[in-house]
Design a protein around this ligand. Structure first.
Ligand code: KMH
Ligand code: ZN
Length: 270
């Protein structure tokens, strides 16, 4: 299970429990780890909440997390819409266990999340340089076609790990049909997670659990525990998914199991 607890778009005004400072992020990810999350998807924020991919912010977050728990760090390379590619990837030299790689451009609410092929190649090259395991972010159907192209060219090789981000306004909707279609479209042996956006988070998570997939939850994707009720922590979402998983006979992965599922070497990269 992945916790995406910070994000780049949600604000403190929308979600007062959003962690921003390193100790806040460290505490939030420790609570999520204690509840069953093994991957921490990380975006950077300045103390005033504005998004940043600044290396030193990621260093401070990493140290605050590492001081508290062994959750695997997955750095965002998406950052916030409008950021340049070099800014998006400068923290990768810190050698997190994982980093995201979005395989195409899509609308993102009123904005455009730009991921041209040159951008993708630049990010992938940097991920490879530091021996980081990529998570392939799929927001829309065309991104699956790009994955096929990258596999065919040998720039990516299966098995790979995908994250289906479903429900972003302007990209693929969070429906059972889309999730089934996406899960069937990736090469044999690949693994996948679903990140359901907004009120579809728990429905998507429940489907993924039943289908043998993995789950991402957190304030980046959804701030409400249920209609009209803000979640009081990211861990609350993790606890709910663990309860649902246990009802159908699945247990959250341990760190070692997550490393094995995601093909992350046992020794930390850095
Ligand atoms: N903030 C979104 C525009 C990622 O983390 O790799 C992009 C995003 C994807 O969140
Ligand atoms: Zn993200």
């Amino acid at each position: 299970m992945t916790v995406a607890g910070v994000g780049a778009e949600v604000t403190r005004a929308q979600q007062p429990r959003l962690p921003l400072l390193p100790d806040e992020v460290g505490e939030e990810y420790r609570r999520a780890y204690d509840a069953g999350a093994t991957i921490g998807h990380i975006h950077g924020r300045r103390p005033d909440g504005t998004p940043t991919q600044d290396r030193e912010t990621f260093r401070a977050y990493s140290e605050a997390i590492r001081a508290r728990c062994p959750i695997l760090r997955q750095f965002s390379t998406g950052g916030a819409v409008g950021m340049g590619v070099e800014e998006r990837i400068e923290a990768l030299e810190l050698g997190p266990e994982m980093a995201t790689l979005t395989l195409g451009t899509c609308n993102f609410g009123d904005d455009v999340f730009e991921n041209s092929l040159p951008t993708i190649r630049t990010i992938l090259e940097r991920i490879r340089r530091y021996g980081i395991v990529p998570e392939l972010e799929i927001f829309d159907d065309g991104m699956l076609a790009t994955a096929d192209v990258l596999f065919a060219k040998g720039l990516l090789s299966p098995p790979a790990h995908f994250d289906f981000v479903l429900g972003v306004p302007g990209a693929a909707a969070a429906t059972a049909e889309n999730l089934t279609h996406f899960a069937r479209s990736i090469p044999a042996g690949c693994t996948w997670t679903v990140a359901g956006i907004g009120r579809r988070q728990t429905a998507m998570a429940t489907m993924a659990i039943a289908m043998g997939g993995h789950v991402r939850v957190g304030f980046e994707d959804n701030i409400f525990y249920r209609k009209g009720e803000l979640a009081d922590s990211n861990a609350r979402f993790v606890e709910r998914v663990v309860r649902i998983a246990r009802e159908v006979g699945r247990e959250p992965a341990t760190i070692e199991q997550a490393r094995s599922i995601l093909r992350i070497p046992s020794q930390a990269v850095a």
